[in-house]
Ligand binder design. Structure first.
Ligand code: ATP
Length: 327
């Protein structure tokens, strides 16, 4: 494996039949580009976790091949491979009798890093996930909140600069408010680290929010659709996908579409609510509904570039859909 910070993953005709004959994955082929965050979504039992666990060789496929950075992982040493792959699970599995700092340094310690290098890396990572090493470093897992423990799990998974990060429902055990914050922080963190991330969730909203691309799976990990959130929302390829993304697909589309930068109207008189030009149509519509003029003003570089009405939001959504469909 190269020393790059992120590696592509390819699944080629992968199949997994458990002892006893249960087919978890029928025949799955998938390419995940380096540095992409791909969300695997699908109903309970469709094989998402099995797919993830085959990528780090916690399970071996019964057929097909998985490549990381072009190398067939079946010929790699599983322990060695797992040190190059970060893994975060729902109940993060921190070692209860080790401090937070020691937990984060798990893989560097196995790799024989010096104490100084481990301490520097631990501080850097805890900072990256928004925890202060001076406050939290010497605490034990039970002295942290659920959300803080998940952050430590992410820091630990990133400790040895893995080329791939696998995340299995990492935020589902925390309350919705902490979850939203973790998702937001995680998106910011990914902008910094740029890993190839495979993220399992059964929550389609989380997949839309986090994924560069989404893989929708049905039973036996059948690939129903693979595309960007905007593509999947604008054009679900099957009844399964449209039912899975939900009846409020239209509202979800608003949240993956940015406000238009051209064709804005000149503001009529009145005190219109304002949004910046990098918000989504959903945020713009919400601001419009909070006001009482029927318009929302879009600011660009501190000045108002123009206004949108509800009709304009509708038109912008459909123009964005047309652009997605024709791309
Ligand atoms: N060790 C096992 N032995 C036999 N069958 C198994 C085993 N582990 C999982 N399965 C079966 O394989 C299928 C896929 O399981 P998997 O855990 O991958 O699904 P999932 O999509 O991650 O589900 P969930 O969202 O509920 O966690 C299920 O039908 C499950 O019952």
């Amino acid at each position: 494996m190269s020393s790059a910070t992120a590696a592509p993953i390819r699944l080629d005709g992968v199949n997994k039949v458990y002892d006893g004959g249960s087919v978890a994955v029928g025949d799955l082929s998938l390419e995940i580009p380096a540095g992409n965050l791909v969300a695997l979504v699908g109903p309970s039992g469709c094989g998402k976790s099995t797919v993830l666990r085959m990528i780090n060789r916690l399970l071996d496929p019964t057929g097909g091949t998985i490549y990381i950075d072009g190398d067939d992982i079946a010929s790699s040493d599983p322990v060695e491979l797992r040190r190059r792959i970060g893994y975060v699970i729902q109940h993060v599995g921190l070692f209860p009798h080790q401090t937070i700092a020691a937990n984060v340094a798990t893989v560097p310690r196995l790799l024989g890093w010096s104490k100084t290098k481990m301490a520097e890396r631990t501080e850097e990572l805890l900072n990256l996930v928004g925890l202060d090493v001076a406050v939290h470093g010497d605490r034990y897992p039970h002295q942290l909140s659920g959300g803080q423990r998940q952050r430590v799990g992410v820091a630990r998974a990133l400790a040895a600069d893995p080329v791939v990060l696998l995340m299995d429902e990492p935020f589902s055990a925390v309350d919705p408010i902490a979850r939203g914050r973790l998702q937001e922080e995680f998106l910011r963190l990914q902008q910094d680290v740029g890993k190839t991330i495979v993220f399992v969730t059964h929550d389609v909203d989380e997949a839309i929010r986090l994924g560069d691309r989404i893989v929708v799976l049905s039973q036996e990990a059948k690939l129903e659709q693979y595309g960007t959130p905007a593509e999947i929302l604008a054009s679900p390829q099957s009844t399964f996908v449209s039912e899975f993304v939900g009846a409020d697909r239209g509202v979800k589309r608003l949240s993956v579409t940015e406000v238009p930068s051209t064709g804005l109207k000149k503001p009529p008189p009145g005190k219109h609510p304002r949004v910046s030009d990098d918000v989504t149509l959903r945020q713009a519509l919400s601001a419009l509904l909070d006001g009482d003029t029927g318009y929302v003003a879009v600011e660009s570089g501190g000045t108002v570039a123009g206004v949108l009405s509800a009709d304009d939001v509708y038109r912008a959504l459909h123009e964005a859909d047309d652009a997605v469909m024709s791309s």
